[in-house]
Design a protein. Structure first.
Length: 175
């Protein structure tokens, strides 16, 4: 047996035909070699970008720490939405559940307070009965704030949160 390290470049949820069928993902991986980058030991939550070593060969890559834009691709809105957060076991089945409320949200991600013992890189499932939404998300940040509450920054995987839903008119005819 030969172990090879890889860099996940993209992931998306695969639609299941049965409601009870375990979660499945399609993952694109770039293989980088027999050993991980040395910086992985310093900080196992480091995100990497692949850099082409030899332009003439698409198979030679080296890794560099990912550079993040200082500005978000779209603003997060302060919208408290009630959500169910679930961790998944090795078979894709829910193993821990928690009801919480989003603090900020965009179609691409959200920030939520949590009591779950989860680390950066873990995949969670968020569901909203109110909005009829169920979506997977990767934990991109985890901080314990000055108020003692742990907050995680989540990036939605495979789909966007539908914030552009229609607003039903009120009974008096005004919106």
């Amino acid at each position: 047996m030969y172990s090879v390290w890889g860099l996940v470049r993209h992931a998306s949820a695969v639609a299941t035909s049965e409601p009870d069928e375990r979660a499945r993902f399609r993952v694109g991986v770039g293989f980088i070699g027999k050993y991980p980058p040395p910086s992985l030991r310093e900080d196992p939550t480091t995100r990497y970008d692949p850099l082409l070593v030899d332009v003439g060969s698409a198979s030679l890559w080296r890794l560099a720490r990912a550079q993040f834009a200082k500005q978000r691709r779209e603003p997060r809105l302060v919208i408290p939405l009630e959500v169910l957060v679930e961790t998944l076991d090795g078979n894709g089945q829910p193993c821990q559940r928690e009801h919480t409320v989003t603090e900020t949200i965009s179609t691409l991600g959200t920030c939520i307070p949590t009591n779950l013992d989860v680390d950066v890189g873990r995949i969670l499932k968020l569901s909203s009965m109110t909005d009829g939404v169920s979506i997977f998300a990767a934990i991109r940040s985890r901080e314990v704030a000055a108020d003692g509450i742990t907050r995680v920054g989540l990036e939605f995987i495979g789909d966007r949160w539908p914030l552009d839903r229609e607003i039903a008119p009120s009974s008096n005819g005004h919106q």
